[in-house]
Design a protein around this ligand. Sequence first.
Ligand code: CMP
Length: 139
Amino acid sequence: MKERTLAIIKPDAVERGLIGEVIKRLEANDLKIVAMKMVYMNKAQAEGFYAVHTERPFFESLTTFMSSGPAVVMVLEGENVIGRYRELMGATNYKEAAEGTIRREFATDIEKNVVHGSDAPETAAFEISYFFNSFEIVD
Ligand code: CMP
């Protein structure tokens, strides 16, 4: 099934000069980018994006981190792209991520884990609309 997902290159990765490295891997794995921009979220915007995690103990730290510097947000599109991109990212905890995944190779911390990806079609729809309107996504 053709899907869309939201991908974020997080502030730790932008700071470390990993934008090109991540995009290279998306393209090498046939994950088509149909929208892209750089954003510098404030705390409230980061809290809104991660609202599902409000009750989690890491919420305060996560939203402080996500508003600590610029990030790159993208929409990816393709067959089964949600799962394919999650596979390429690797597990949230980089120590549990498979060899060759982005997080296994580049993450330094469970929180500063380089990339984000939507986990289901419903969350993808919310997350994409959080950053992009329909005119910003190419067909
Ligand atoms: P992400 O895929 O963006 O989804 C939620 C984020 O919260 C996750 O990546 C990590 O950055 C962060 N996160 C998840 N679990 C933990 C945890 N146990 N401790 C700290 N941060 C976490």
